[in-house]
Design a protein around this ligand. Structure first.
Ligand code: NAD
Length: 353
C-alpha cells in the first residue's frame, strides 16, 4: 500500500443542461452586487446577453481575454475592476477567459464564477499560468481557485468540431499525467481513469456529429474530472513541454497538447507499466501511445507542431528551458531524447517506439 495525501477541492459545481440560468442565484449566494463579466472577443456577444439576463448586478463586460493570459491584458482588466468597483467576476468561455478571471482573483481576492465552454479544465485548478515577454510563469494559490463552476452542456455545442476534439484531448492529457504523478492518490486515480474513458468514448461521436448531445455531455463530464486531476496532483514532462512551447511561440494550447500527448506518453511508457496497463484496458489496445496517435489521425487532429506554428530552430531552446526547471517525471528528461521527441512531433511522425 502506498501512502498518500488527499485534499478535496472546495469549489461548488453545478452540472447539467440550461444551468447557466442559475447564474443570478449563484451571484446572490456569493453576495456579489457588482459583477464584471469576462469574455474573449469571439464570445463577447453571447456573454453580453448573459450579463443582460442577470440585470443591474452585471456592471460591465471586459471582452479582451487572450490565450496564455498576457499580464498586459490583466492590467487593463484590473483598471476596469477598480473603475467599476467590481465585487465579483463571472468568466464565460474557455481556459483563456478563465485564466483572466483567475489572474484578477489572485491580485484582488474577488470571488469568481466560471462557466466553461471548452474542456480545458482550468476552472477546477488553483493554478494560474501567465505570460510576459515570451515566458509563461505558473503559480498555485488558493485564491486562484474559482468559488463556483457552472457546467452547462448547451454552451459547449457552439464549440466547433475540431476545437472540441483538441480540447477533449487536452483534458485527457491532464488525466494521463495524473495517473503517474508522484503525489497521486487512489481518488484521483479513479477520476483519471473515468475521465479518460469518458473522453475516449465521446470524442469520436463529437467528430461524427458535433451536435451529438449525449457525447457533448459525456465529454464535459470527463473534462470536469480531468480538471480535478489537474488541480489535485503534479503534472510531468508533457505539461512542462506544453507550457514552454505555448509561452515561447504562442502556439494554440489545446492543439499543442493533443499533438504532443502520444509522444510524451511513449517517452514515459517504459517507466510506467501499471499506468500503461490501465490505458490498455480503457483504449482496448496494447500500445496506448501509438493508439493515441492513431486516435488523433482518425479525429483529424493536426499531428505536426510545424503546422501549429512552431519554428524548427526553436527545438533546442525549448529543451534547454525544460531542462533548466524540469517537472518531476517518471522518466528523467535527457537532452538528446527530448530533442528527438520534439523533432518527431515537429514533423508529425509516429511517436518513437
Ligand atoms: P480558449 O479559451 O483560448 O478558446 C479558444 C477560442 O475558442 C477562443 O476564441 C474562445 O472564445 C473560443 N471558444 C471557446 N468556447 C467556445 C464555444 N463553446 N463556442 C465557440 N467558441 C468558443 O482555449 P482553451 O483551450 O479553452 O484555453 C487555453 C488557455 O487556458 C491557455 O491559455 C491555457 O494555458 C489555459 N489553461 C489553464 C489551465 C490552468 O489550470 N491554469 C488549464 C488548462 C488551460
Amino acid at each position: 500500500m502506498y501512502s498518500f495525501t488527499y485534499q478535496a477541492p472546495r469549489a461548488r459545481v453545478l452540472f447539467g443542461s440550461g444551468t447557466v440560468r442559475e447564474l443570478s442565484n449563484e451571484l446572490g449566494r456569493l453576495g456579489s452586487m457588482r459583477a464584471l463579466f469576462l469574455a474573449t472577443p469571439r464570445q463577447e456577444e453571447y456573454v453580453r446577453k448573459c450579463a443582460k439576463a442577470v440585470g443591474p448586478v452585471a456592471v460591465g463586460v471586459f471582452a479582451n481575454a487572450t490565450m496564455h493570459t498576457p499580464i498586459s491584458v490583466t492590467e487593463e482588466a484590473l483598471s476596469v475592476v477598480r473603475d467599476l468597483r467590481v465585487d465579483g467576476i463571472v468568466a464565460i468561455g474557455g481556459g483563456s477567459t478563465t485564466g483572466l478571471g483567475k489572474a484578477i482573483a489572485w491580485r484582488t481576492d474577488l470571488p469568481q464564477i466560471v462557466i466553461p465552454t471548452t474542456y480545458a479544465g482550468s476552472e477546477m485548478t488553483p493554478i494560474l499560468g501567465e505570460t510576459a515577454e515570451g515566458q509563461k510563469v505558473t503559480r498555485s494559490d488558493p485564491r486562484i481557485l474559482p468559488e463556483t463552476v457552472i457546467y452547462d452542456v448547451e454552451l459547449t455545442i457552439s464549440l466547433p468540431r475540431g476545437a472540441a476534439i483538441a480540447s477533449g484531448i487536452n483534458a485527457m492529457a491532464h488525466a494521463v499525467e495524473a495517473l503517474y504523478a508522484g503525489d497521486r492518490n487512489p481518488v484521483v486515480d479513479l477520476m483519471a481513469v473515468e475521465a479518460i474513458s469518458a473522453l475516449h468514448g465521446s470524442l469520436p461521436d463529437i467528430a461524427e456529429s458535433h451536435k451529438a448531445g449525449q457525447a457533448r455531455e459525456r465529454a464535459l463530464y470527463g473534462a470536469w474530472l480531468s480538471g480535478i486531476c489537474l488541480g489535485s496532483v503534479s503534472m510531468g514532462l508533457h505539461h512542462k513541454l506544453c507550457h514552454t512551447l505555448g509561452g515561447m511561440f504562442d502556439l494554440p494550447h489545446a492543439e499543442l497538447h493533443a499533438a504532443l500527448l502520444p509522444h510524451t506518453l511513449a517517452y514515459n511508457s517504459p517507466e510506467i507499466p501499471g499506468v500503461i496497463d490501465k490505458l490498455r484496458h480503457v483504449f482496448k489496445n496494447s500500445d496506448p501511445a501509438a493508439w493515441l496517435f492513431e486516435f488523433n489521425q482518425r479525429l483529424q487532429v493536426k499531428p505536426a507542431l510545424a503546422d501549429l506554428g512552431m519554428p524548427e530552430e526553436g527545438i533546442e531552446s525549448v529543451v534547454d528551458a525544460v531542462l533548466a526547471k524540469p517537472y518531476k517525471n517518471p522518466r528523467a528528461p535527457g537532452r538528446e531524447a527530448l530533442i528527438k521527441l520534439l523533432k518527431r512531433a515537429y514533423a508529425g511522425m509516429h511517436p518513437a517506439p
